[in-house]
Design a binder for this molecule. Structure first.
Ligand SMILES: Cc1cc2nc3c(=O)[nH]c(=O)nc-3n(C[C@H](O)[C@H](O)[C@H](O)COP(=O)(O)OP(=O)(O)OC[C@H]3O[C@@H](n4cnc5c(N)ncnc54)[C@H](O)[C@@H]3O)c2cc1C
Length: 386
């Protein structure tokens, strides 16, 4: 996309987010549901296909372009983004990166248009951070695999048309090499979706267990056609996903800063707006400095990713810093609101709960620290430190 079109798209999205979505936030939180017409509007704007190439009907944005739009999306409740987030990220990218030409043709146009929702099913009751230890079993029987197991906390599972499923095809190999990625149609007999998880926040976006009980999946649905590649596929998807989530954190931080500044200018104590107290200003300044730092990091890493560089360590640095940063910003925004910050009529109360998730999924903060430190030690060993 050329710079001018990108800037126009960003401005359009900015207006849409602020004028159309922000007024719906409270309703979405109360009803735990995004109105149907919003899904149609997202589809009309091409949001389901942000990262899918134009030849499959998507917008084909580079990651550097995508993060500029995600900074805008983060301004509103993250539940809105979740509706198309799995199609843009973890649900579609495995097919895009490692899928066969037939798999790409079959699914990417439907994911790009929003006709089909894709979910990414990796986590299990006994396999979270240690994702390579998945136990869900895919056993070959002729030209099919029979799947048994339970996946946990799967975003958009209740709405999914397909799952990108990680299952163990080689029980003798307990590690990553025994895991294979499949495209599984959600209406396959033997699949049951659990009840919606009752989450701390992000109401309007839904996660649930997905239970596989002798679900038969054609062997042709292995992503890329080869067993044992699934974990590698999942890891390739994560760098992009982590930068996308980091950009969401910056958008949310900007919204929280906006709410905090507005409140501080209006609220008067001791005969003056609280914004004039330097202790309040210090909290505002800390928010601005940290949000700015995160934005710069993400832009740098996304640009390097788009130029073909490997940025696994930088993506983890961004996810770690940005998700922790927005937690601190949300905490300060609540503090600046005083008692009102604890009351549900104020957006900061909801955002405080919503942004907590960013430190947990797509790799907890501790997992990001491990990825970063491992890479540092490897570089030291090789004598290639920055
Ligand atoms: C709302 C929501 C949506 C989600 N969506 C999806 C989805 O769409 N698809 C999907 O597959 N998964 C999804 N997840 C799952 C999510 O990715 C996992 O919850 C996450 O990876 C952590 O795994 P866990 O919950 O099992 O925690 P655990 O791995 O049990 O971690 C518990 C604690 O131990 C720490 N810990 C674990 N290992 C280490 C270590 N080696 N060193 C130091 N500390 C460690 C962790 O950092 C954490 O603090 C979602 C989760 C939530 C809550």
């Amino acid at each position: 996309m050329d710079q001018e079109t990108l800037e126009q798209t960003r401005q359009t999205l900015r207006r849409y987010v602020r004028e159309r979505l922000v007024p719906l936030e409270q309703q979405v939180a109360e009803e735990d549901r995004i109105p149907d017409e919003i899904r149609a509007e997202f589809a009309g704007m091409g949001l389901f296909g942000l990262s899918i190439p134009e030849e499959y009907g998507g917008l084909g944005l580079t990651l550097a372009e995508e993060v500029e739009l995600v900074f805008e999306l983060g301004w509103t409740s993250p539940a809105f983004r979740s509706m198309f987030g799995t199609n843009v990220g973890i649900g579609s990218q495995g097919i895009l990166i490692d899928g066969t030409p037939e798999q790409k043709q079959a699914w990417l146009p439907k994911l790009a248009s929003g006709e089909v929702i894709a979910s990414f099913a990796l986590t299990e009751p006994e396999a979270g951070s240690d994702a390579a230890s998945v136990r869900t079993r895919a056993e070959r029987q002729g030209d099919h695999y029979v799947i048994n197991g339970t996946k946990r906390f799967i975003t958009n599972a209740p709405h999914a048309g397909i799952f990108t499923l990680m299952a163990r095809t080689d029980p003798a190999n307990k590690g990553a090499g025994g895991v294979t990625a499949f495209i599984v149609e959600a209406n396959t007999p033997g699949i049951t979706i659990g009840r919606h998880d009752r989450k701390m926040g992000q109401r309007g976006s839904h996660t649930a267990d997905v239970i596989f009980d002798n679900a038969k999946v054609p062997a042709a649905n292995i992503i890329g056609g080869r067993e044992g590649q699934g974990f590698k596929t999942a890891m390739k998807v994560l760098d992009r996903g982590r930068l996308h989530i980091s950009a969401m954190c910056v958008g949310a931080a900007e919204r929280l800063i906006h709410e905090a500044v507005s409140y501080a200018r209006d609220r008067r104590q001791f005969g003056q707006p609280i914004a004039e107290f330097q202790l309040v200003q210090a909290m505002l300044a800390d928010c601005r400095a940290e949000a700015y730092a995160a934005r710069c990091m993400i832009r740098d890493a996304a640009r390097r990713y788009s130029a073909g560089e490997t940025v696994a360590m930088e993506a983890s640095c961004c996810k770690y810093f940005a998700s922790e940063m927005v937690g601190r910003v949300a905490d300060r925004a609540v503090q600046i609101h005083g008692g009102s910050g604890y009351i549900q009529d104020f957006a900061v109360e909801r955002f405080y709960r919503d942004v907590r998730l960013f430190r947990l999924y797509e790799g907890t903060s501790q997992i990001q620290q491990i990825v970063i430190a491992r890479q540092m030690l490897k570089q030291a060993e090789a004598g290639t430190e920055a």
